[in-house]
Write a protein that binds this ligand. Structure first.
Ligand code: SF4
Length: 204
């Protein structure tokens, strides 16, 4: 019996154009190693999830949208929290879900390298929230150093190629400026990133 489970916070259906192509369902899982100041999920992240589901149970909940996924080139997005904390689950899910579904992972890449390596074949599209490439800004905002993310990003680009990696570069109120954002974009381009998404965090 498969003992791998996913600490499910919520499933959001019928998302369009939020992360790659097609209609997707987001499966949000608990847990994240970072402490971002403006994290919208902070309260949920440190709570016990509603339930821990097996790959088969998750498939059962999301398969109702199979036709939408196939018709639009969409599928399942794993988010949270930090999706790659659940790399073993994502891999197991990939093995049982219909092969036409696209699997997307939303990640900060602040995880051990082995977790990234585990899903390079299982995930079609990585959406990386890099925060900022400046080490001081990154630490101030997340509480951690920037090197883990930067090194994992280099590894990922090399392993899967830039087409399967979107890097999101936020303008973070009180933490960086539009100039910092552009500097990060420049560094990322030099690293080989071709799909950049510059945007602004909206603090409510
Ligand atoms: S990486 Fe995302 S989920 Fe984790 S603390 Fe930061 S904003 Fe929240």
């Amino acid at each position: 019996m498969n003992k791998i489970t996913f600490p499910l916070l919520t499933i959001a259906r019928h998302r369009l154009g939020t992360d790659g192509e097609g209609i997707t369902s987001l499966a949000a899982g608990a847990g994240c190693p970072l402490h971002c100041k403006w994290c919208i999920n902070k309260r949920l992240l440190h709570e016990t999830p509603a339930e821990n589901v097996s790959p088969e149970e998750l498939l059962d909940r999301v398969k109702t949208d199979h036709l939408y996924f196939c018709a639009t080139g969409g599928g399942i997005t794993f988010g949270g929290g930090e999706a790659l904390l659940h790399a073993d689950f994502i891999r197991a899910f990939r093995e049982i879900c219909p092969p036409e579904w696209k699997i997307t992972a939303e990640t900060s890449l602040f995880v051990p390298r082995s977790y990234v390596a585990e899903v390079t074949d299982a995930v079609d599209l990585f959406v990386v929230d890099c925060k900022d490439m400046n080490g001081k800004i990154y630490r101030k905002y997340t509480g951690e150093g920037v090197l883990v993310m930067a090194d994992n990003l280099r590894f990922l680009l090399e392993r899967v190629g830039p087409e399967r990696v979107i890097v999101r570069v936020p303008l973070i109120p009180e933490y960086n400026t539009a100039e910092d954002q552009l500097k990060s974009a420049e560094k990322l381009t030099k690293m080989g990133v071709t799909r950049l998404d510059l945007f602004e965090y909206v603090i409510k």
